[in-house]
Design a protein around this ligand. Sequence first.
Ligand code: BMA
Length: 844
Amino acid sequence: MPSVFLSSPWKLNDFAPGEGLDAGAFQVSFDDNAWLPVDVPGGVHPALIAAGRIEDPFYDRNEEQCAWIEDREWWYRLTFDGPAEPLAAGERWRLIFHGLDTFVTIWLNGEKLGQHQNMFREAAFDVSDRLLPNQPNTLALCFDRPLAHTEGFEQFKTEWQWKHEPRVFMRKAQFSYGWDWGPRLPEVGIWRPVELRRESRAAIAGVHFYTLEIDRDQNRAVVAVWVEADRFAAQGALAASARLDREGASPVTATIPLHGEGESVSGTAYLTVEDAALWWTHDLGEPALYALQVTLAQGGVELDQHAQQVGIRTIELDQSPDPAEPGTRFFRFVLNGVPLFAKGADWIPADSFVGTIPSERYESLLSTACDAHMNMLRVWGGGIYEHDVFYDLCDRMGLLIWQDFMFACALYPEDEPEFVSEVEAEARYQVARLRSHPCMAVWCGNNENQWIFDQVFWQKQLAYIPGSLYYDEILPRACAELDGQIPYWPGSPYGGNDHNSMTDGDRHNWDVWHGASPRKFGEEPKVDYSAEGVSYRRYANDTARFVSEFGMHAAPVFETLRRNIPADQLYHHSPSMDHHNKDNPKNKGDRLMEGVTGVPKDLDEYIDFSMIAQAEGLKFGIEHFRRRKPHCSGTLFWQLNDCWPVLSWSVVDYYGFGKAGYFYAKRVYAPVLASFKALDDGSVELWITNDRLAALDDTVTIRLRAFDGQTFWQREEAVSLEPNSSACVVRLAAENLAAGPDRYLSVQSASGLFPANRHFFVPIMDLQRDALPVSVTIEAVDEHTLNVHISADKYAYFVNLSVPHEGTAFSDNYFDLEPSEQRTITVTNATIPLTPNMLAVKSR
Ligand code: BMA
C-alpha cells in the first residue's frame, strides 16, 4: 500500500556518550540547525567526509585518524510533514527501518518508540497513535558506541574463545573492525531506507515462490506461491491471488485460500506453467524471469500488493558417493537436474561504508563477474547480507549465490539469551527475505568457524564445537521452516576429517599463500611461510570436492596506488604501502614471488610481479581443479572485489580496475578449456574440459616452439568430448617432447572453441628469452573506442594495456603474443573520451 520513503533532509551530530540525551536531542524543540546534512540511506563516515570533518579515510594512513568516531555517540534527526490524510477506521501506519547500524534508540515526536540492536534485520513500529497528520513530525535516533554494548558480555568469555574480540558480540558487519584485507572503520547509522507505510485492515507479511517440479519433456513446471497475511484489523475471510507474467506468454493466475484463526493467515497455490521458461545460469542458458504479483483483497477491495521477479528452477546439492574416487562424496550443485561446475569467486562488501554503495557499482562488478564466465559468487560471512539490488541483478544475470550467514573466523557466544534470539530473528528475517530469489544456491552457516576451532583446540578434540547452537540448530531450522528448498550447509569449509577435507564437503585451500597444510582431526596444524610453503604449485596436490576459497595477493594497478599513497611512499613495503596490506606477516607475497618471478626491485616490478604470481597461480589452480571435474565440482577463488584501495587477493580493485588475475581467470573460466598438465616423469598431458551441455568435436594444434620463433614440432589432433565432462586427449611422452627453458608448448582450437593456451617448462623467472618491446599502432575508432594493433617478433609475455580511468574495458588484457603474432585489442570507455596518449602498452 502507499509508502513514503523518509530520505531527506536528515541531520547528523555527535556527542560524548550520554550527552545527547542530557541535551535533549530527542525533543521536538531541540535546535539542530548547526547539525551536518547526512544521506539516508548512508552512514556517518561519508557524511563526515562530505562535510570536511575527516580526510579521505582510505588515503595514506588516514584510517588511524578516524578512531575517535568509534568513541562518540551519533544522533540522526529528521523533521518531515505528516500525512495529509488522517487514518480511517481499520488503517495503521507502520514505520519500517530496513537497516540500522547498530545499537540505537528511536524517538518519534519526543517519545521513545523503541530500540534495536541488529544491523541485519529490520526494525518496524506501529506508529498509528503517534504520527501527526498535517503537521511536522520529528524523528530522532541515537546510535550508541557499539563497543559499549559488548562490555557486559565479558563474563561469557570462556576458554574456547581463541580470539576474544568484541565484534563477535554484535550483530554488525564483522569486517568493519578490521580484516586481513580491510581497514578498521566500523560504520554507524541508517544504512538502508526508512519507509512509512499506510496499511488497511490486513497486509502481506510474507511470500514464498518455489519450484516443485519441472517436466523437461513436456516443457511444464509446477510452482508454488505461499502467502502469509497479517490480518491486524480485518474480520472475516481474506482472499489472495497470484499472477505470473512473462513477456510473450499468457499469464498464469491462481487464487490462494488463506487459512488461520488469529491475525496470521496463510495459504499456498500450486500453479502449472506450460511452456515454462527455466532459469539457468548465463553460461548454461537464459536466466528466464517471471514477474510475480500477489494481491491481497477482502470483499473485492484490494488491501495490499507484493511484486517480485522470480525464476523457475530447481537447485540441489549432490553429495552422493563418487564411485570413481572411492571413499569420497561429490559436492556439486545440480540446477534443473543438470550437475554443474561452479566457477566464480568470493564476494566481500563493495565498500567499507556499506550504506552508500551505488547500484552502478553492483551492476559493474556483477557484469564483470559474468564476463569472466563466472556462474557463482559466494557472499562471505564476515560482510553483510547484500542489498536487494545485488540479488535482483544476480537473478537477472544468471549468477548463482552461495550465501553465508554472517559469522566469520571466530567463536560466537551462545550463553546470552538476548544474543541468541537476535541471531534467530535475523536468520528468519533473511531467509524470508531471500528465499524466492532464483539465484540462491545454498545457505551456509558461517565462514571457517568449525575449521578454526578444530585447529586451535586440536589437542583437546572437544566433541562440542562452539557455535553449533547456530550452525546445527537455529540456522538450519530457520531455513527448513521458512524455505525448505535451497540446501543448507553448516559452514565453509565443512565436512570430512578436519572440516577442510579433500574427500567430503567444501575446502578452503590456504596451503598456498598462508602456508597451511592438509591435516586430520587430532593432528597439529603446521604453517610454512617458505617459498615452497606458499607456492601455488601446491594446488596440484589438492583433490578437493569443491574449493570455496583459494588465492594470492596482487597489487592493484599503479593508478589506484597513485591515488592513495603519497608520492614519497610509492615503493614496495613503504609504511603507507604496508598500511594498505592488512595481511600478516607482510612478506608472504615476497616468498610467493621468489618462486615465480623473483623478488621485485622497484614499484613497477612489484606491481607486475605480484600480478604475475597471482594470475599464474590462479591459472595453475583453476586448470587443475577444472581438469578434475566432476570429482571437483567448483572453484570460488578468494576474492573478486575490494572494499577500499588495498593490496589484496582481489582480481578487481576498489575502483573496478582489473588486475592481470581477472583476465587470466576469464580465460581459464571459458566454457571450454584446453590445459596442459605436467607429470612428474617429464611427460605432459593435454586436457579438454567441456562445461557445455553439448558434445564437442574439434581439431587442436599443439606446437613446441622456441621463444624466438622456431617451431620444433607441430601436431594436429582430432578430439571429441562428451557434454559436461573433462578428459585427457593427448599425452606427450617426455622423450618426444624436447622440453627446455627456451621454449613453450601451445595449443589452439581450429574452430575457436577454446582460448589458446600455453605451457612453460620452468618458472617465469627462469625462461630463456629476449624480452623485447611489442610494436603498437593505435587507431581511434570513435570518441570512446580505440583499436590497438599489437605485434611481436619474438614471444611477448604479459602484454598489458592501461588507461588511468576506471570503467575502461579491454577486449583482452594481460596476454602473451606468440612470435610474429598480431592482435587487435578494442579499448572502450563509455563515460570519458579516449585518446591514444591515455593508453600505455607494456610487456615483460
Ligand atoms: C579466509 C577468508 C577470509 C580471509 C581470507 C584471506 O580466511 O574466509 O576471512 O580474508 O581467507 O586470508
